[in-house]
Structures are given as structure tokens and as C-alpha cells.
Design a protein around this ligand. Sequence first.
Ligand SMILES: C[S@@+](CC[C@H](N)C(=O)[O-])C[C@H]1O[C@@H](n2cnc3c(N)ncnc32)[C@H](O)[C@@H]1O
Length: 194
Amino acid sequence: MARKLIETIADSTLFLREWFVNPQRTGAVAPSSPKLAAAMARWLPHDPESFVLELGPGTGAVTAALLKRGLREDRLVAIEHNPTLAKLLRKRFPRAHIITGDAWQLDELLRGQPVPIPSVGAVISSLPLLNFPKEQVAALAQKIHSILGPRGCWVQYTYQIGKSRRRGADAFRLLASQIIWLNLPPARVSVYQK
Ligand SMILES: C[S@@+](CC[C@H](N)C(=O)[O-])C[C@H]1O[C@@H](n2cnc3c(N)ncnc32)[C@H](O)[C@@H]1O
């Protein structure tokens, strides 16, 4: 209990520090709440052998929820741009495939793994997409579409809770959308299916 509290405080401090260094890319002042992380993790693929690709794992709040929900650690591939955060994740989740890199290069990064990963069952993304131009988001959505297996889901949260915006997700159908109020700030989880 005390260890968990110390870890939470340390993660929040680190997150805030990284936000000061690069607010646009970090995209939030604090890690996701347990409620938001659990809402993202609900959408794991049914096949336990499928890989799950996490984009922008940060300090691992959503990552931990995915594992708690039953994802095998060796089936998790995560792409984090910030090397400090990626190093922390590697220590915390030693059997997961933690890649330091740009999510927009996901196709090359997955192909370049020691055992190449041709497709994934779900993409769980915390990328701060509202901070990126529309065209760039559309390019990412296209790559997500290509890497997802049949009926695979792209789960994305944003802090725009007013309405569900389909930024870049035109080639997907909106499967579910939920506001999570218990988060700083409140967030909307959108689930798109291929
Ligand atoms: C809003 S934070 C979410 C962190 C964590 N998943 C959570 O929910 O607490 C966004 C994360 O995306 C990462 N990020 C931003 N741009 C990225 C990119 N192009 N490729 C990979 N990660 C990126 C940031 O470094 C940050 O860790």
C-alpha cells in the first residue's frame, strides 16, 4: 500500500516534469486515473495470443490496467517517444516490448522487431491527438487501420468531452464512446472498429 502510494507520487512528479519540458507532446499534467485506465483496458482482443499495441504509454497507467485485465505481458508492444519514460517502462514491464520511438513510424517499428509483428488485435492510444494537425492524425489513423487485424479496435482517449470527434477515424465505425469524469481533466474514451 505504502509502496503503491510512493510510486503514484513519483509517477505524477515525473509526468509533471516531462510536461514542463514538452507540454505539447506530453499532452497531460498527470497520468491517467485508474478509472480511465480501466475504461481503456475493457477493449482487449478475445484471442489471448494477439498482440496489443499501446501508443504513448507514459508512466504506464494504462499499461498496468491492460495487464490487470488479463493481457499477457509478452503480448504487449508499446511505443513511447520520451526516452526517460520508455526506460522506466522497460524496468517496470520487463517482458513487454517497449520501443522508444515515434508512433507515426509504427509500421516500420513493428516490422523491425527481432520477431516482426505483422498485425495486432487492438491499438490502445493515449497520444494527445488534439495537439497534432488533422492531416497528421489522418496519416496515423491509416497506419493503425493497416496494422489492425479483422474487427480489431482502436481505443483512443481525448480531453474533448463535449462531442465525439472522429478525427482521422473515417475508415472506422464508432463502436462505443464514454466520458470518464474521474480523471484530471475528464476524458472521453472512443472505440473505433475496423
Ligand atoms: C497524455 S500522455 C498519456 C500517458 C499514459 N498513457 C497515461 O494515460 O497516463 C501522452 C503520452 O504520449 C507520448 N507521445 C507523444 N507523442 C508521441 C509519439 N509521436 N510517439 C510515441 N509517444 C508519444 C508522450 O510522451 C506521453 O507519454
